[in-house]
Design a binder for this molecule. Structure first.
Ligand code: SAM
Ligand code: DTB
Ligand code: SF4
Length: 331
């Protein structure tokens, strides 16, 4: 990992196999976007959005936690770390039949993608076989598949691809220079290595981060720069607003100004024009008007269903009503 100074992003050339190239987005350039008057920034983001997407469409993914709690990692935001006392009950891997019930229900409520999450540092080869089976069967229901299983070892991404996996979610979560404040049990380099394995296996990359973990605007700009400098940028970019979970080190984190969250979405849209930007965790705490502003700023995907992994999400009726009020077409 090449963290030279807070002004420099990690060289993410790893995803392209290159090590020497001029990064398209310096932290300064991204930070300058954050400084713009909000409504002008949103206007520009909207223009970029219109150039690359049908702005009436919002993609919907439904999440399911297939293996909950007891994770060895110490991610400061996470309810599922065994190191935090969050009162979450640890569960074994969910049986296939139960997963399929959830997947069918998600499809019937209109989701186009089903995303299965496991609280692992990374899967063992033994864990991988039942997950591959889940991917195969969920695909047969006509849903796109996504999994988020932590770090992958050599060869594991190929097993998932072979099962028909469409997307792998693995977030960079925060700025390189802030990473160690939030997570100490693995490094950003580890995350980049997994992303490279995913990309090399021909799986779409879903990679984003979290806002509201005590970072400043500079770090938010740095997080977006490192995502935008991935070569190529992620296909899908979830922007999460921290859900403060009691018992985690970040339970009392100061919430970010909602307009700062909108800026982050707009800057993600401008710097990653062809990526799908997902308005991810934290929607339950947002008003309809704030969500509308996020869509205006270029968000074109959400998590659909009344649960994320372990915390709540707006119920689908509220979302459907909101889309209808805004004249948006959920896909
Ligand atoms: N163990 C896997 C991993 O770390 O990649 C998969 C599950 S992990 C829960 C997936 C992502 O959810 C994290 O990278 C983080 O961005 C997001 N996340 C987890 N807890 C969150 C919270 N309380 N608020 C907002 N986002 C959260
Ligand atoms: C992502 O970026 N956000 C999702 C998904 N990828 C796996 C997870 C959000 C989790 C929010 C807290 C919880 O429900 O545990
Ligand atoms: Fe949570 Fe994933 Fe970190 Fe484990 S690795 S503590 S599940 S975010």
């Amino acid at each position: 990992m090449t963290i030279v100074s807070p002004q420099t992003t990690v060289d993410p050339g790893t995803l392209a196999g290159a090590t020497q190239r001029t990064l398209p987005w310096s932290v300064e350039k991204v930070a300058a976007l954050f400084e713009r008057p909000l409504l002008d920034l949103v206007f520009d983001a909207r223009e970029v959005h219109r150039r690359h997407f049908d702005t009436t469409e919002i993609q919907r993914s439904t999440l399911l936690s297939i293996k909950t709690g007891g994770c060895s990692e110490d991610c400061g935001y996470c309810s599922q770390s065994a190191r935090h006392d969050t009162g979450l009950e640890r569960e074994r891997l969910m049986p296939l039949t139960e997963v399929l019930e959830h997947a069918r229900a998600a499809r019937d409520r209109g989701a186009s993608r089903f995303c299965m999450g496991a609280a692992w540092r990374g899967p063992s080869d033994r864990d991988l076989a039942p997950v591959a089976e889940m991917i195969r069967e969920v695909r047969k229901l006509g849903l796109e598949t996504c999994v988020t299983l932590g770090m992958l070892k050599d060869g594991q991404a190929e097993v998932l691809k072979e099962a028909g996996l469409d997307y792998y979610n693995h977030n960079l979560d925060t700025a390189p220079e802030f990473y160690g404040e939030v997570i100490t049990t693995h490094t950003l380099r580890d995350r980049l290595d997994t992303l490279e394995r995913v990309r090399n296996a021909g799986i779409h990359v879903c990679c984003g981060g979290i806002v509201g973990m005590g970072e400043g605007r500079r770090e938010r700009a740095s997080m977006i720069a490192q995502l935008a400098n991935l070569a190529p940028p992620p296909d899908s970019v979830p922007i999460n607003n921290l859900v403060p979970v009691p018992g985690t080190p970040l339970e009392n984190a100061e919430p970010v100004d909602p307009f700062e969250f909108v800026r982050t979405i707009a800057v993600a849209r401008i710097t990653m024009p062809t990526s799908v930007v997902r308005l991810s965790a934290g929607r339950q705490q947002m008003s309809d008007e704030l969500q509308a502003l996020c869509f205006m700023a270029g968000a074109n995907s959400i998590f659909h269903g009344d649960r994320l992994l372990t915390t709540g999400n707006p119920d689908t009726e509220r979302d459907d009503r909101l889309f209808s009020r805004l004249g948006l077409r959920a896909i």
